[in-house]
Each structure stands twice: as C-alpha cells, then as structure tokens.
Design a protein around this ligand. Structure first.
Ligand SMILES: Nc1ncnc2c1ncn2[C@@H]1O[C@H](COP(=O)(O)OP(=O)(O)O)[C@@H](O)[C@H]1O
Ligand SMILES: [Mg+2]
Length: 247
C-alpha cells in the first residue's frame, strides 16, 4: 500500500491518529514521538538485577531503536504465526500505519464489567494472550486497553513496543497475566483473580505461581494505611487487592 502521512498528522502532537481514507477504510497512524524516561528505567533495571522479581523486568527499548520499526517487525512475525494482530499497511522509522481493528476492551468493560458479554470478551482476551504465550512469546503490555474488540466480536492484540527478551519468558508471561489482572481489577473491584486465572490456565498453576510471587510483595499492603491513603496510586492499590486475594 502506498500511503502518505497526512500533513495534519505530521504537524500534530498526538501519538495515535485514526485516519479515514477516501475509500472509507479506517487506518491507525502511530507516531514515534515520546521521549523515554531514562532514569526510572535505569532504576528499574538495577532493581531487577538485584531482586530478579518478574514484575520489575525491564522492557523498554534501547534509545537508538525506532519503536515503529520494532513494532512493525513484531506485528509481521506474529501475523505470520496466525496470531490476532493488526496488519502493517505502511512503516518508516517515525510512523506505523495499521489496519483499524476495533475498540479497546477497556471501553467495553467500563460500564458493565460483569455482564455476560463482558465475561465472554474477557475469556476471548485470555485465550488470545494464551495463544501468544503458547507460540513462545510474551506481550509486555498486556493491560486490557491493549486488547481490541473487533466488529465480529473477536479479540485483536495491539501495542507491541516492549522488549520482552530482557527476562526469562516464564517471568514475562506471568508479568503479562498480572498486568491483565491489575487493569481488569481497576474496572471491577469485585474481581475474582483465581477465577480469571483459571480461564487462562485451567490447571490453576498460573494462579499458584502468581500467588507465590505476590507473597513477596505483602509489604505493599501499607499503602492501605495512613498516611498513604491520601495518595491515589491506583495501580498499586489494585496490586495490593490482588496480593490479598492471590497470595
Ligand atoms: N490497530 C488499531 N485499531 C484500532 N485502534 C487502535 C489500533 N492501534 C491502536 N489503537 C488505539 O490507539 C490506542 C493507543 O495505541 P497503542 O498501540 O496502544 O499505543 P500506546 O503505546 O500509545 O499505548 C489504543 O489503546 C487504541 O485505542
Ligand atoms: Mg497501549
């Protein structure tokens, strides 16, 4: 496909842009324009070296790597494996143009996370994550905002800009599952993480392994006490809830 990045997109600052082509087809233009927070990532790397904790596994790309080129490569490989990912329509070092695949699962779950339809979509999303894992890959950013619901109800995985090769694959898979659970529990405070894990893995092993990893973070429960209660820390609180339910 020959594709001209529209001037409005080049001039604009937004990172992701939905472009409606003359044919009526919608495409997504992703721009590689964000500086990467070096210091935080350096700290994360050091902490991972010291602790070996899967949650801390660094996944940020090296500064000299084009994220667009990296993601295009990943999407092509995964597409060739038959995994549900968008098609790469155009790429250069600054832009990536993808087939528009649907709306984020997160938006579907926002209003009614416990409806039967939502439960079906969550199960579909876990099946897609599982398929990726079974092909020997991890996502690196498996929050529910990175799962799209297509018009036909199928799930499509997006946002592959993380370097998942920096830690053992088994760590990365558990990290994916945990990211999924954290993002889901922010939508549904009544979430039963053991039940969700058993959709991913009927043997119950993943819930068990996550539980034993999370047990090491019990100290985080202090965020639910004074004086920490006045800080928002949504992700940390979601993590604490999971620790309480899984560890
Ligand atoms: N192929 C796609 N089809 C439809 N929407 C998409 C697609 N890719 C990205 N989006 C939308 O853009 C948002 C951000 O894209 P994403 O690839 O997740 O980049 P970021 O690194 O900024 O999170 C997604 O949450 C989704 O709403
Ligand atoms: Mg994203």
């Amino acid at each position: 496909m020959t594709y001209q990045i529209p001037e409005t997109v080049r001039a604009g600052r937004s990172r992701v842009f939905v472009h409606v082509l003359d044919s009526g087809e919608r495409v997504v233009v992703k721009q590689d324009n964000e500086p990467r927070g070096r210091i935080l990532h350096l700290l994360q790397r050091v902490a991972y070296r010291l602790t070996g904790a899967p949650l801390l596994a660094p996944t940020v790309l090296a500064p000299d790597v084009s994220r667009a080129t990296f993601e295009a490569g990943v999407l092509r490989r995964y597409g060739a494996l038959g995994l549900p990912v968008p098609k790469v329509l155009y790429e250069d070092p600054s832009y990536l143009v993808l087939s528009h695949e649907g709306e984020p699962l997160e938006s579907f779950l926002r209003d009614n996370p416990r409806s039967a339809r939502s439960q079906d979509l969550i199960a579909e999303a876990l099946a897609a994550l599982r398929a990726l894992h079974e092909k020997g890959h991890a996502h690196g950013g498996a929050q529910i905002r990175n799962f799209l619901v297509r018009q036909d109800g199928r799930i499509v995985l997006i946002d592959f800009e993380e370097n998942t090769g920096s830690a053992p694959l088994e760590h990365m898979k558990l990290r994916d599952l945990l990211q999924f659970l954290i993002s889901l529990s922010k939508r549904d405070s009544q979430l039963d993480p053991v039940a969700v894990c058993s959709i991913y893995d009927a043997s119950g092993r993943s819930a068990e392994r996550l539980g034993s990893i999370l047990a090491r973070y019990r100290i985080l429960k202090i965020v639910n006490r004074k004086p920490f209660l006045r800080f928002r820390m949504k992700d940390v609180r979601a993590l604490v809830t999971l620790i309480e339910k899984l560890a």
